[in-house]
Design a protein around this ligand. Structure first.
Ligand code: PLP
Length: 383
């Protein structure tokens, strides 16, 4: 069975974890800082703060910005639940933005339309998602967010390694050139894996300090205080990432270039292999500024023209040993949000959801696996 995504754990990753287990610190030890420093350097940000998972990273970002009741954030409807839920963790409201139906991404147009639905709530942050690894229009979104008195927080778990070029400023997702913070996840299907794990990057030292404090109960140790002394100026959480997992993260991060190259090669092979199916299947459209390391191989399928339902196609593929997934069910249609905000029609999200399917993509795949997936897909679609 080829799953839609999976981790690549090698002997040296296992050795790195074993070494951490033999050390003096299982949780807050020197490897946490080493992983943070290496991560910040990799994405080109000044600071990186490790935390328990990508959801905790989003929650910490909301806490660090002091988002709370009476405030609102904008999140795209096509994303994982956590992008929206982090606002609810702090008592703020979510305004769902539509997406471009060909890219699945929030755009300046869909953001502007969402901002018209703020209903008097104070906008604090816009949380664009670099869906599947393709980058959103960061300068375009930033201009609108700033004009509305808010900052960008990039939810970037899909886009570790993605390069962007907006005119003459080349950069990497996570360098926070246009945002206050960017959040990452090291869930096993993401580009590097620690099991559970997350990171927040920022160029703002004050935000970095707050993130660090909030991830560990809100505690601080004032300089020059008694050796046992700690103080809690504000309440925080236990969102630490243990030393053991930071050792795995550090080992995985050292392989990012190789993982990225393999993902790029597999995606290119998919594009070639899918070309003959272009009447029914197209890879998600690529914005001009995005040079992605794809986390997901998202394709859009015209199920109606094929005369097959998505369920039939998914089940046929599964029977041929090909795992797929739908990224994502529009979050605004979840019962919780329907009940809270009522019915909302976002036609771009609806159109994306009706056609999207994620095909297997991970560094451990062989070239022949891509051909097998595309062959099975052609069969499932009856071509
Ligand atoms: C994976 C993911 C998250 C949550 O990360 P966890 O580590 O699973 O908590 C949030 N947002 C997006 C877009 C994700 O893909």
């Amino acid at each position: 069975m080829l799953p839609y995504g999976r981790q690549t754990i090698e002997d040296d990753d296992i050795a790195a974890v074993a070494q951490a287990l033999r050390g003096d610190f299982l949780t807050t030890g020197p490897t946490v800082e080493a992983f943070e420093r290496a991560f910040a350097e990799t994405v080109g940000a000044r600071h990186a703060v490790a935390c328990a998972n990508g959801t905790a990273a989003l929650h910490l970002a909301m806490l660090a910005l002091e988002v709370g009741p009476g405030d609102a954030i904008v999140a795209p409807s096509i994303t994982f639940l956590a992008t929206a839920n982090c606002a609810r963790f702090v008592g703020a409201e979510v305004v769902f933005a539509d997406v471009d139906p060909t890219t699945g991404l929030m755009t300046p147009q869909t953001l502007a339309e969402a901002l018209a639905r703020l209903d008097g709530r104070r906008l604090r942050a816009v949380l664009p998602v670099h869906l599947r690894g393709d980058a959103v229009d960061l300068p375009g979104l930033k201009a609108l967010a700033e004009a509305a008195g808010a900052v960008l927080v990039e939810d970037a778990p899909h886009a570790l390694g993605t390069r962007v070029n907006f005119g003459n400023e080349a950069g990497l997702v996570g360098d926070c050139a246009h945002s206050a913070m960017a959040t990452f996840s090291f869930h096993p299907v993401k580009t590097i894996a620690t099991g559970e794990g997350g990171m927040v990057t920022t160029n703002d030292p004050a935000l970095a300090e707050r993130l660090r404090r909030l991830r560990s109960h809100g505690m601080v140790r004032p300089e020059g205080a008694d050796p046992w002394w700690y103080e809690m100026p504000e309440v925080g959480f236990n969102y630490r990432l243990p030393d053991i997992l930071c050792a795995l993260g550090l080992s995985q991060l050292a392989k990012l270039d190789r993982f990225a190259a393999r993902r790029r090669a597999l995606a290119a092979r998919y594009e070639t292999a899918l070309a003959p199916l272009a009447r029914l299947v197209r890879p998600a459209a690529r914005p001009a500024w995005s040079d992605p390391v794809l986390h997901l191989m998202s394709v859009l399928i015209d199920f109606e023209a094929a005369g097959r339902s998505r369920r039939q196609v998914v089940e046929t593929l599964k029977a041929r040993g090909v795992g797929t997934q739908v990224h994502y069910i529009p979050v605004h249609t979840q019962p919780y949000y329907r009940q809270r905000y009522g019915e909302l029609d976002l036609p771009g999200a609806r159109a994306w959801y009706e056609r999207c399917l994620s095909l297997p993509l991970y560094p451990g795949m062989e070239d022949a696996d891509v051909d097998r997936v595309v062959g099975a897909l052609a069969e499932a679609l009856g071509v």
